[in-house]
Design a binder for this molecule. Structure first.
Ligand code: PLP
Length: 394
C-alpha cells in the first residue's frame, strides 16, 4: 500500500510542476547570473522571474524587496543579525535600541539564536508567553515593547500547532514604539493569503521546502528602506545583502512553487481544512482522552496537533510508521528528544497529555482515503499502547 505522508510541516514533496521548471537550470540554463554573456543573462532572467513570483505570492510592493537565501533558518538569521547590526549598532550605541522581543514558541532558528545573543553579547531578549491555545499574551507583549526595543520577531504561524498569530496588530504595536518587526512566516507562506505590503511588516522569512520546492532555498522579504547588515560578505549578489553565487535551480523552483501556491490557494485551503476536520472528527469519535492543541479559531488549514493522554508520542510515531503513516511528534526539529517540545511546555499542557502530542500536517496531495486509513491506524495504535500500559506483563 502506498505510504501516507502527513508530515508536510517538516518538509513537502517537490511538486512535479516545480521539478519541471527547475530541471533546465541544471543543464541548458546553467550560467552564472553575474556573467556578462548570454548564458549569464538567461540565468539572470530566470532569477528575476522567480523574484517576481515570490513577490506576487506574499504581496510585496517591489521585487527588489526579496532576498534569496538557503532557507528559513538563514532568512531568520539574516533578519535578526542583519537588523541588529544596522539598528542597534554595538550594544545599541547608535540608536539606544538594543532589546529584542520574541514569543516563547518561536522555531529554534529564532529562539536559539536569540539565546546565543543574550549569552555572547548580553542582548536583552523578552520572551512572551502563550496561553493554552498557543495565543500570545497581548498584555505581556505590550509591556515588553519600549523605546529600547530594536526588533520584534514573532512567527506568522506556529509549526507545531498551526496557530496563527495576529502579526498585523503586533507589527503595528511594534512600529508605534519605533521598533522593526520581523516575522518567521515559514509555515504560513503558501498556506494563507498574504498582503505583506499593507501590513507594517519590515522583514519576513520563508522557506522553499515547506511549499513544494526543494530543501536549501528560501527568501527574506526586506521592506524598502529597512537597513540590513549583510551577514555573508563577498560579491554583490542580492544587492549586497547576501553574497554568494545564486542557487539558480533552487530559486527557480521556489518561484514556481510560489506561482503554483498563488493559483491553488483559494481552492486548496477549504479542501485541506475539510480533510483536517474530518481527521479530527474521526479520531475523536474513536479515541477518548484526546484533544486538539492550538487555536481552533485561528489555525492554518493543513495542521492539527493532537494530544493523546497516557501514551508516548515517540511510540505512536514509530508504530504508525510501521503501518505506512508518516507523522511527527511535536516538532520534527526536536525529534530524538523524548521531552515535550518547548511549544507544548509553553502552552502549559497537562502532564498526562504532554508526552502524547502528535502532529498531522496535510498537503494539497492528501486524499480522503488517506485520512480514513489514518483514522483506523491511529485508533488501533493508541488502543494498543494504552492496553500495553495497563498490562505491565505485555
Ligand atoms: N521556521 C519555522 C517556523 C520552521 O517550521 C522551520 C522548519 O521547520 C524553519 C524556520 C527552518 O526552515 P529551514 O528548514 O528552511 O531552515
Amino acid at each position: 500500500m502506498t505510504p501516507v505522508y502527513l508530515d508536510n510541516n517538516a518538509t513537502t514533496r517537490v511538486d512535479p510542476r516545480v521539478l519541471e521548471a527547475m530541471l533546465p537550470m541544471f543543464s541548458g540554463v546553467f550560467g552564472n547570473p553575474s556573467s556578462a554573456h548570454s548564458f549569464g543573462a538567461s540565468a539572470k532572467t530566470a532569477v528575476a522571474t522567480a523574484r517576481e513570483q515570490v513577490r506576487a505570492l506574499i504581496g510585496a510592493a517591489h521585487a527588489d524587496e526579496i532576498v534569496f537565501t538557503s532557507g528559513g533558518t538563514e532568512s531568520d538569521t539574516l533578519a535578526i543579525l542583519g537588523a541588529l547590526a544596522a539598528t542597534a549598532g554595538a550594544g545599541g550605541a547608535t540608536t539606544g535600541r538594543s532589546e529584542v522581543v520574541i514569543s516563547a514558541v518561536e522555531h529554534p532558528a529564532v529562539r536559539k539564536l536569540c539565546a546565543s545573543l543574550t549569552k555572547t553579547r548580553g542582548i536583552v531578549v523578552h520572551e512572551i508567553g502563550v496561553d493554552g491555545r498557543g495565543r500570545i499574551d497581548r498584555d505581556a507583549y505590550a509591556a515588553a515593547l519600549s523605546e529600547r526595543t530594536a526588533l520584534v520577531s514573532i512567527m506568522w504561524a506556529n509549526n507545531e500547532t498551526g496557530t496563527i498569530f495576529p502579526v498585523a496588530d503586533l507589527a503595528a504595536q511594534a512600529k508605534d514604539k519605533g521598533a522593526l518587526f520581523h516575522t518567521d512566516a515559514v509555515q504560513a507562506v503558501g498556506r494563507l493569503p498574504f498582503g505583506v505590503a499593507e501590513r507594517m511588516i519590515d522583514l519576513l522569512s520563508l522557506s522553499g521546502h515547506k511549499l513544494g520546492a526543494p530543501k536549501g532555498v528560501g527568501a527574506l522579504y526586506v521592506r524598502r528602506g529597512v537597513r540590513l547588515g549583510a551577514q555573508t560578505i563577498g560579491g554583490a549578489q542580492e544587492r549586497g545583502r547576501r553574497a554568494g553565487t545564486e542557487n539558480v535551480p533552487g530559486i527557480v523552483a521556489l518561484g514556481a512553487a510560489c506561482a503554483l501556491a498563488a493559483e491553488r490557494l483559494p481552492s486548496d485551503t477549504p479542501r485541506i481544512a475539510a480533510l483536517r476536520d474530518s481527521l479530527e472528527t474521526g479520531l475523536f469519535a474513536r479515541i477518548a482522552e484526546a484533544k486538539v492543541l492550538g487555536d481552533p479559531d485561528s489555525r492554518v488549514a493543513n495542521t492539527t496537533s493532537i494530544a493523546f493522554a497516557d501514551v508516548e508520542s515517540e511510540a505512536v510515531v514509530r508504530l504508525l510508521d510501521r503501518r505506512g503513516i508518516a507523522v511527527s511528534s511535536g516538532s520534527a526539529c526536536a525529534a530524538g528528544s523524548v521531552e515535550p517540545s518547548h511549544v507544548v511546555r509553553a502552552m502549559g499542557v497537562l502532564e498526562q497529555f504532554a508526552r502524547g502530542v502528535v502532529r498531522f500536517s496535510l498537503s494539497r496531495d492528501t486524499t480522503a482515503d488517506e485520512i480514513a486509513r489514518t483514522i483506523d491506524c491511529v485508533s488501533d495504535v493508541i488502543a494498543d499502547l494504552r492496553a500495553d500500559a495497563l498490562d505491565p506483563a505485555a
